[in-house]
Ligand binder design. Structure first.
Ligand code: ATP
Ligand code: LTN
Length: 327
C-alpha cells in the first residue's frame, strides 16, 4: 500500500481555504493508502507563539481532523513534537540544504518581510523540517494546497541529494493537489489567498464559524459590476472565487455552473454558495464540539504518536547509519 503524509500548522483558526485545499482531500486517501496526518506544531514556532495558545490550538486542530472525517482506525493522527525524529532528521536535512535555495523560497520571503530586522532563522530552515516530516514516513504522495508546490520541489531535491550522497534511503515523494487548483481567495480582496493570519475576519470563513456569520460574509463578498456569472480569474476574481468554492463542494465543473447560472444574479449565486458551505461545515462544527474536550481525543493522539514513532525511528536509523553517524 502506498503511503501518504501531510500536515497542518496549529498557527490560527482553520479557514475554508485550509479545508477545501487540504483537509477535505485527506479523508478519501485513508481507504486506499497508509496515511499519516500530523499537527505540525514545530513549524508553527518558526514565528513567536504564546505557549498556552499553542497548546490549546494543537488539540483543537487534532479534533478538527477527526471532525472532518479522519478515522483513527484507518489513518495515524499525531503531534509532530511528540515524535523526536522530526527534529533529528530536520537537522540532517538542514545540513543537506544550501542557503541560496532557502533564500529563494517565496513563503520565506513573504514571512521574513513581515518580521522587520530580526528574522527568525527557523523561517529559513522551515523547508528542510518539512522535508524531514515527509521522508521519515517514506511517503509516496503528499496532499497539499497549490501554495506548497515550491516546498514539495525542495523536498524532492533534498531526498535526491541525500540518496545520491549516501545511497538509496528515502522515497522521493510526489505532490498531490486538488484538481482545478482549489485555491480559495480572500472574500474581500479576491486576488489574495484566504489565510489564517488575515486580520480582516470578514474576508475569511473559519471552519468553526456559526451559520449566520458564514451567510453574512458570503453576502458581503466582493464581486464586480458586470452582473454576468462567468469563471474568469483575471477580470472577475470575486465571482470566480465564489464559483470555485461552489465547484469544490458541489463537484460541478465551471462550464456546468455557467450554464446553471445563465441569466441569474449574483444574489442567487451567493445564496447557493452560502447554503453549500453551511451544509458542509455545520456537521464538522457539531462533531468538533463533541470531541474537543473528550478523553478519547487524548487516547487517539497517544496511539498515533506510538505508531508514527515506530515508523519514523526505522527510517531515521537507516539515514544516520548511511551517513556514518551511528556507531
Ligand atoms: P498561514 O496563513 O499561517 O501561512 P495557512 O492558512 O497558509 O497559514 P497552513 O497551515 O500553512 O495554512 O496550510 C495548511 C494547508 O492548507 C496547506 O496544504 C495549504 O496549501 C492549504 N491552504 C492554505 N490556505 C489555502 C487556500 N487559501 N486555498 C487552498 N489551500 C490552502
Ligand atoms: N508547510 C506546510 C505544512 C507542513 C506540511 C508538512 C505539509 C509542514 N510539514 C509535511 C505536508 C507535509 C504548510 O501548509 N504551510
Amino acid at each position: 500500500m502506498n503511503t501518504i503524509f501531510s500536515g497542518i500548522q496549529p498557527s490560527g483558526d482553520l479557514t475554508l481555504g485550509n479545508y477545501l485545499g487540504a483537509l477535505k482531500n485527506f479523508i478519501p486517501f485513508q481507504d486506499t493508502h497508509e496515511c499519516y496526518y500530523c499537527v505540525v506544531n514545530q513549524h508553527a514556532i518558526t514565528v513567536p507563539q504564546e505557549p498556552a495558545q499553542l497548546h490549546a490550538r494543537t488539540t483543537e486542530l487534532a479534533a478538527i481532523y477527526l471532525a472532518a472525517g479522519l478515522d483513527p482506525n484507518k489513518a495515524t493522527l499525531f503531534v509532530q513534537s511528540e515524535v523526536p525524529e522530526h527534529a533529528l532528521l530536520g537537522w540532517v536535512m538542514i545540513t543537506t540544504s544550501y542557503v541560496g535555495e532557502m533564500e529563494r523560497m517565496t513563503q520565506y520571503k513573504d514571512k521574513a518581510r513581515k518580521q522587520g530586522d530580526s528574522i527568525p532563522l527557523g523561517l529559513m530552515t522551515y523547508p528542510p523540517l518539512m522535508a524531514a516530516d515527509i521522508l521519515l514516513y517514506q511517503a509516496d504522495l503528499v496532499p497539499v494546497g497549490e501554495d506548497q508546490r515550491q516546498h514539495m520541489e525542495i523536498t524532492r531535491t533534498l531526498a535526491e541529494r541525500f540518496n545520491y550522497r549516501y545511497g538509496e534511503v528515502f522515497t522521493v515523494p510526489e505532490m498531490w493537489a486538488p484538481k482545478g487548483g482549489a485555491r480559495v481567495m480572500s472574500l474581500q480582496e479576491p486576488t489574495k489567498k484566504m489565510s489564517k493570519s488575515d486580520d480582516n475576519r470578514t474576508a475569511t470563513i473559519y471552519l468553526l464559524d456559526e451559520t449566520d456569520d458564514i451567510v453574512r460574509k458570503i453576502k458581503r463578498a466582493q464581486t464586480d459590476s458586470e452582473s454576468v456569472i462567468r469563471y474568469d480569474k483575471e477580470n472577475k476574481p470575486g465571482v470566480s472565487n465564489l464559483l470555485s468554492i461552489h465547484a469544490a463542494i458541489s463537484g460541478k465543473s465551471f462550464a456546468e455552473l455557467e450554464r446553471d447560472y445563465d441569466g441569474q444574479g449574483y444574489g442567487t449565486l451567493k445564496k447557493d454558495v452560502a447554503d453549500l458551505v453551511v451544509g458542509e461545515l455545520e456537521p464538522i462544527r457539531r462533531r468538533y464540539h463533541e470531541l474537543v474536550g473528550s478523553p478519547e481525543l487524548g487516547r487517539i493522539l497517544d496511539e498515533g504518536r506510538d505508531k508514527a514513532h515506530a515508523k519514523a525511528s526505522v527510517t531515521y536509523r537507516k539515514a544516520v547509519e548511511a551517513m556514518g553517524l551511528y556507531r
